[in-house]
Design a protein. Structure first.
Length: 245
């Protein structure tokens, strides 16, 4: 090999290796919606654990002793973090909550993804884009709820109460990923279960979409706009990732 060729090869910049333990984007179960893809379910505790262990992240809720629940007002709940959403260790298939907007965005970047924009989230949640969706969904139709024509399949306030109800001011808490019926575009829990951070700022705060188990069905609609400070970790707020577009 000539010295000039060797020098040219050595001058080619090397791609940085992925972070140790990083979860590749391919490990996310994603659905194509027009020109982008979005996670079919909320990021789970198991997924977020790999990120936290790989990066050494201590979340804002962990540093402060716990995230928030709304009772008579916002109350910090001792020991309530993404690892233990209701004060007891959560299962790997539960949604990762008590995560700030910044932490959610950092997870998506680590996975080679990003947070969805507000417009992307709304399109994925309410407009059926699959070429041949299963009944009762119909291609091109816009639905009133992410679950379809009815909110009944979603884990909202009027869903049956679960074992955690005693530790909550109201509602039954979230349910594991994929445990409800898939909705528009085959996506789970775009309505209720947990609010989801999106990449949209309004008046210095970040938007959340979809509602949670704490609210009734009306909060699941597209015209319901909710925002929180970007550094606010709460038991009601999780996220999912997107790519492309």
């Amino acid at each position: 090999m000539s010295p000039s060729l060797l020098a040219a090869i050595l001058a080619i910049p090397l791609l940085a290796p992925p972070p140790a333990g990083a979860q590749p984007a391919a490990a996310h179960d994603m659905q194509r919606v027009d020109g982008f893809e979005i996670d079919r379910h909320e990021v789970t505790i198991g997924q977020f654990r790999r990120f936290a262990e790989s990066t050494g992240l201590a979340t804002a809720a962990e540093k402060a002793g716990g995230g928030f629940q709304f009772r008579a007002g916002w109350e910090r709940m001792a020991g309530w973090t993404w690892r233990a959403p209701f004060g007891q260790p959560g299962a790997d298939d539960e949604p990762a909550v008590h995560v700030t907007w910044h932490e959610a965005a950092a997870y998506c970047r680590w996975a080679g993804l990003r947070l969805p924009s507000d417009a992307e989230w709304v399109r994925a949640a309410f407009v059926e884009t699959r070429a041949d969706p299963p009944a009762p969904f119909r291609r091109g139709e816009t639905y009133p709820y992410p679950s379809g024509t009815s909110p009944d399949a979603a884990n909202h306030l009027d869903a049956p109460k679960g074992a955690r109800a005693a530790s909550l001011s109201r509602g039954a808490g979230h349910v594991p990923a994929r445990s409800t019926a898939p909705g528009v575009n085959g996506l789970w829990d775009m309505g209720a279960n947990a609010w989801e951070w999106v990449d949209h700022e309004a008046g210095g705060v970040k938007r959340t979409r979809g509602s949670s188990w704490w609210y009734g069905a009306s909060q699941m609609r597209a015209d319901n706009l909710a925002e929180k400070p970007a550094d606010f970790p709460a038991v009601y707020i999780g996220f999912r990732c997107a790519r492309g577009g």
